[in-house]
Design a protein around this ligand. Structure first.
Ligand code: 5AD
Ligand code: SF4
Length: 429
């Protein structure tokens, strides 16, 4: 969602007469789009800010902090951080050209001015702003903004505000535009896509309509909430040839008391029933999840329930996080963050180790098969290797000397080896 928002900001700034550069030494304005979901996201921003301090001492420079951290830490950033000239929360990006122009003018007059726009909106969806996309293969399209779920650990409802859906016409027009621009994949975004509503459109209908846009190869979405996962959505994933056979289904915990404290509004049993329902419809659908370890008052026995959930569901992959208390949240106000840091770390390690073994076994099962792979570009480790994704979102790597392939192409590759995170492929002829 933040990458998508950065594309919106790039578009708004270009319309406002600014010219983009990726060279920070030449930039007159440096903006950081920030995340507030866990403490380490905050820490990163403070590290970048201290890097900019030296640059700003040498010459005029406007520094802006955008996104969730600007929203969440407005007082702290306004009062304590003299480096920051501009603050804009996720619903205030339209004001950026004006705020930046004012900050530049003030600097030219030798004044210090803090420009800040942090009001949340019930309506802003940036529906008319065409994001300035750079990727070339995948186009993110937000279908809704904000969240009304108030999971007790989560800062999103406070930083991104109330839930609001875009109208399907705007989303479909954007989908047709990105296909015309040559994008092969669309990823529909929302904090909880199952809450998508516009007239008599729900998310399953929207997903099918986007997947029906002529010329699109793959459609993905993230993330659904397990509490309201309709059968029509399982059917759309299972049966539409353009909808990727992958569902990211954040569980957060496998223990009912902790799920209750987290305000997730489903039980372990209901979650497992949903997993069974999905797999009964189509056992090839790849399932992944998010887990939080060490939430307030989580006991060893309650943690063991989460460990067993991973062992039972056998996800293809899981993102495992240490609980990180966030300002303003229900958990921060009501519960003590009382699981010691060392215990949180131990629990994360145990889950990561278990998941690594499961992912390794799951990936091994693909050896010998031929899979369609959407080429994304070079592998992280070497420009001699190409990298792409399977329909189930599993990373595939191959030697470019054997399989050239260019970004956006779908190749049928033969899988000959695997690790916990990667499938290794060669040409299938
Ligand atoms: N601490 C740790 N993890 C968190 N997440 C959200 N809030 C927190 C928090 N306070 C995780 C959840 C969510 C993912 C995007 O980030 O697992 O699904
Ligand atoms: Fe946060 Fe819960 Fe909303 Fe996801 S559904 S953004 S975890 S409050």
């Amino acid at each position: 969602m933040n990458e998508y928002d950065s594309e919106l900001v790039r578009s708004l700034l270009i319309s406002g007469g600014f010219v983009l550069t990726s060279d920070r030494v030449r930039a007159d304005v440096i903006l950081m789009n920030t995340c507030a979901i866990r403490e380490n996201a905050h820490t990163k921003v403070y590290t970048h800010l201290s890097d900019l301090r030296a640059l700003k001492r040498q010459r005029p420079l406007v520094v802006g902090v955008l996104g969730c951290m600007a929203q969440n830490l407005k007082e702290e950033l306004t009062n304590k951080e003299p480096l920051v000239d501009v603050l804009a929360g996720p619903d205030s990006y339209r004001q950026l050209p004006k705020l930046i122009a004012e900050a530049i003018e003030a600097q030219e007059q030798g004044l210090r001015l803090k420009g800040s726009a942090v009001d949340l909106s019930e309506y802003e969806t940036y529906d008319d702003v065409i994001p300035q996309r750079r990727d070339g293969v995948n186009a993110w399209i937000a279908v809704m903004r904000g969240c009304d779920n108030f999971c007790s650990f989560c800062v999103v409802p406070y930083t991104r505000g109330r839930e609001r859906s875009r109208e399907p016409e705007g989303i479909l027009a954007e989908a047709r535009l990105v296909v015309a621009q040559g994008f092969k994949q669309i990823t529909l975004l929302g904090q909880n896509v199952n809450s998508y509503r516009s007239g008599d459109w729900d998310f399953a209908r929207l997903l099918v309509a986007v997947a029906d846009v002529p010329g699109i190869e793959r459609v993905r979405f993230t993330s659904p909430h397990p509490k309201d996962f309709p059968p029509a959505l399982v059917d759309a994933v299972s049966s539409h040839p353009k909808v990727c056979k992958h569902i990211h289904l954040p569980a957060q915990s496998g223990n009912d008391r902790i799920l209750g404290l987290m305000n997730r509004t489903y039980s372990r049993e209901a979650y497992l029933e949903l997993v069974d329902r999905i797999r009964a419809v189509n056992q090839d659908i790849v399932l992944t999840t998010d887990i939080i370890a060490g939430f307030c008052s989580e006991t060893d026995a309650e943690f063991a329930d989460t460990y067993r959930l991973l062992a039972e569901v056998r996800y293809h992959a899981a993102f495992i996080f240490k609980y990180s208390e966030r300002k303003h949240t229900i958990a921060a106000r009501k519960f003590a963050d009382d699981v010691p840091e060392a215990v949180k770390s131990e629990r994360v390690t145990a889950l990561v180790d278990l998941q690594r073994e499961i992912s390794r076994e799951r990936n091994r099962a693909y050896i010998g098969s031929i899979l369609p792979v959407l080429v994304e570009g070079d592998a992280k480790r070497s420009s001699q290797q190409g990298m792409g994704k399977t329909d189930g979102n599993i990373t595939v790597v191959w030697a470019k000397a054997c399989v050239p392939g260019h970004p956006g192409e779908i190749l049928n590759l033969s899988i000959y080896d695997s690790s916990a995170s990667t499938l290794y492929a060669t040409a299938s002829y």
